[in-house]
Design a protein around this ligand. Sequence first.
Ligand SMILES: Nc1nc2c(ncn2[C@@H]2O[C@H](COP(=O)(O)OP(=O)(O)O)[C@@H](O)[C@H]2O)c(=O)[nH]1
Ligand SMILES: [Mg+2]
Length: 249
Amino acid sequence: MRTLIVVPTHNEAANVAEVLDRLREHVPTADILVIDDASTDATRDIVRTLARDEPALRLVERDTKNGLGDAYLHAFRIGLDEGYDALVEIDADLSHDPAILPTMLDVAARGINLVIGSRYVPGGTVVGWPRRRTWLSRWGNRYAAIVLGLAINDATAGYRVYRADTLRSISLEGIQAGGYGFQVEMTYRTVRKGLSVVEIPIRFQDRVAGDSKMSRGIVLEAFLLVTRWGLADLFTLRRRRRAYRDAVA
Ligand SMILES: Nc1nc2c(ncn2[C@@H]2O[C@H](COP(=O)(O)OP(=O)(O)O)[C@@H](O)[C@H]2O)c(=O)[nH]1
Ligand SMILES: [Mg+2]
């Protein structure tokens, strides 16, 4: 599979060189696209310098920070246009261990539409998060799973492999969410299309350097959108049931 690894960055100077180095070590045949939004630290200089000696690495620079979802959509469109077979999402802060990526790619190569590096299946762990953050993530995931009827334990996960045909079939148009909600929305679309999803357990290590970009707004956006989609489903279901009853009556 021709693979494009997308690494979104916003002020990740303390981490980006190491994550790129480790990706190169574990997945030497993949191409890497760093998509940087408005970093004010040395992130861009570091990536630019590395890219000079590495044709498989490139940098896309954007001047405004529009959120993770928008960055991924931009990068996915590039990847699809260029005919890659698989597109990878991975954080730049070393929370996601590149050593597990070959296994995830292997599962995708066998035909699984979406492979999620999951914290909340047996064997998965979160290291270094304060209890409150783990609680929020765990219960946020449970809420999304119940409300949207997803049999997925970690729908907010940011470590993923999409087969290109998956992205084409779920379409990247009309995506509403920008933060964690983006990951849930993409998962929801994949499941609703009847496509296959497999969760591979990972060890998620909280960032050691740099700052998290998570905000209350991102969490709230995800919560509100999930609730809205769930309610919309409920009404569609009731409408369908009524139509069915009328049809058989
Ligand atoms: N390109 C881009 N990257 C972003 C943006 N927001 C966050 N990131 C990157 O997305 C990844 C995850 O963000 P992070 O702050 O670690 O979120 P957390 O792990 O949920 O605390 C990191 O690589 C960030 O640098 C954004 O608006 N644009
Ligand atoms: Mg992080």
